[in-house]
Design a protein around this ligand. Structure first.
Ligand SMILES: Nc1ncnc2c1ncn2[C@@H]1O[C@H](COP(=O)(O)OP(=O)(O)OP(=O)(O)O)[C@@H](O)[C@H]1O
Ligand SMILES: [Mg+2]
Length: 444
């Protein structure tokens, strides 16, 4: 009876081998490190080792055992499911004395084990050994390089996701702040509006009373009594001195203007609310024309000095989407359009039905995108803007959002003439699948 150490991570194979090698004392280890440890403690007569082990694999474990003086002499036999010539050669080169396939018939398996226990060694020339180890080494290096590239890709992806998350969080907190401010402004605007309307009514009454006074005065004047004439003149003089005719006329326009101002503030508040409303972060049926309009109002300051805005908003069905995210895309495209115009130009915003999708087109008469940049504009951090002005994330976020909506984004651009971004969004909205795919295409 011999003492055999079997280093194997698969419980089924351990059990099978236990049956096959009944009659021998079998010690089990589940990975290379445990195997080395048990080899040291138990000093077995033979070590059987699986090549695909977790952690350090079979080849490396063998090399390590061969480097430990007190156990380096123990015969080692590689046992593996991958019965390839390459596996055999590399095991022998790494220091194994033999190689057995896991699929060897039981009787033959027992026989072979006995041969190895009796001191049999599979032979391999030194030059062959060296070749095998070289091949193994270059495969390991290739594998490592592959892993490094994978990790680098993952790191870049994480970096982009982190920045996008930060940006989204920033947008969400700006949204929350805006919604809070909008709510606070709503109250005072409500009573200012109501007071102005009341003032307008009071003013009409004062004017009516003044007209009546003037009528009475002209009748009294006809009596031609010196006291009445004097009183009339003193009142006329005071009215002129106080500029009452002007005031009464102007007060009307002041109230009208104030009411207009209040209406504008009310609209801004409504836009802020619809732009940032927290329910809009949910998937819902949205009117893209309304979304575009409120986004235009939000970025109006950036647009108004740069361009004439032409709106061609068609009759479009409601689109199932995340309105807040879609507004973010509109905002990024509108701001880009304005930034592309150097002095003054035109920005055209168009919507139209397109079968089971809705088309949103934003074009500008700006500087255009050179063909060599066209394929890069959706890359995170790609920017041609000076430091501090652009982070290069606007279009990559837009691309991501449209992708999540199962949509399509197209660009057409001519240097010196302008750029058109076309979005096609399915009316039914995003399908909840793992790999939502967006297509984008370019035309220079
Ligand atoms: N309408 C446009 N006209 C001309 N070039 C554009 C237009 N839109 C995008 N680009 C080009 O694509 C690049 C990437 O745009 P993107 O919106 O992703 O980043 P950015 O505008 O540079 O910075 P950010 O949007 O993060 O502030 C821009 O730097 C610009 O070169
Ligand atoms: Mg941008």
């Amino acid at each position: 009876m011999a003492k055999i150490l079997y280093i194997e991570d698969d419980d089924n194979h351990k059990e099978l081998t236990r049956n096959i090698l009944r009659g021998h004392e079998l010690i089990m280890a589940s990975d290379g490190i445990e195997g080395i440890e048990k080899a040291r403690q138990e000093k077995p007569d033979l070590i059987l080792i699986d090549l695909n082990l977790p952690g350090i694999n079979g080849y490396e474990t063998t090399t390590k055992i061969r480097g430990i003086k007190e156990i380096s002499h123990i015969p080692i036999v590689a046992v593996t499911a991958g019965n390839t010539e390459e596996n055999r050669e590399i095991s022998l080169a790494a220091g194994c004395d033999g190689f057995i396939s896991k699929f060897t018939p039981i009787a033959e398996y027992r026989c072979k084990i006995q041969e190895y226990l009796d001191g049999k060694k599979d032979a391999l020339e030194d030059s062959e050994k060296l070749n095998c180890l070289k091949k193994y080494q270059s495969r390991l290096i290739a594998h490592l390089e592959e892993k490094i590239t994978e990790l680098e890709k993952e790191r870049d992806h994480l970096k982009v996701t982190q920045i996008q998350l930060l940006q989204q969080e920033k947008m969400a907190s700006i949204g929350q702040l805006a919604a809070g401010i909008a709510h606070e402004i709503n109250n005072p605007i409500g009573y200012i509006n109501s007071n102005l309307c009341t003032m307008k009514k009071y003013l009409a009454k004062i004017c009516q009373y003044k007209q009546q006074c003037q009528k009475v005065w002209s009748e009294l004047k006809e009596i031609n009594h010196p006291k009445i004439t004097q009183a009339f003149e003193s009142l006329e003089n005071l009215s002129a001195e106080l500029k009452l005719p002007f005031i009464l006329e102007d007060i009307g326009s002041l109230v009208e203007e104030s009411l207009e101002g209040v209406e504008r503030v009310r609209k801004i508040v409504a836009d802020l609310k619809s732009f940032s409303h927290l329910d809009e972060a949910e998937l819902k049926e949205a009117d893209l024309n309304q979304g575009l309009q409120s986004t235009i109002n939000i970025v109006w300051n950036e647009l108004k000095y740069k361009a004439n805005l032409i709106k061609e908003l068609g009759e479009i069905p409601l689109v199932r989407c995340y309105p807040q995210q879609i507004n973010q895309v509109f905002m990024n495209l509108l701001v880009n359009a304005a930034q592309a115009i150097e002095t003054h130009g035109e920005i055209r915003v168009k919507t139209a039905p397109a079968g089971d999708r809705v088309l949103v087109e934003i074009s500008d008469t700006g500087c255009g995108i050179p063909p060599e940049n066209l394929s890069r504009i959706f890359e995170p951090f790609f920017t041609t803007k000076e430091i501090g002005k652009g982070t290069g994330l606007g279009l990559s976020m837009a691309y991501d959002i449209i992708r999540k909506h199962n949509g399509e984004i197209q660009v057409e651009s001519q240097v010196g003439k302008g750029t058109t971004f076309r979005l096609l969004l399915p009316i039914d909205g995003p399908q909840v699948t793992e790999n939502n795919k967006t297509e984008y295409s370019f035309k220079a």
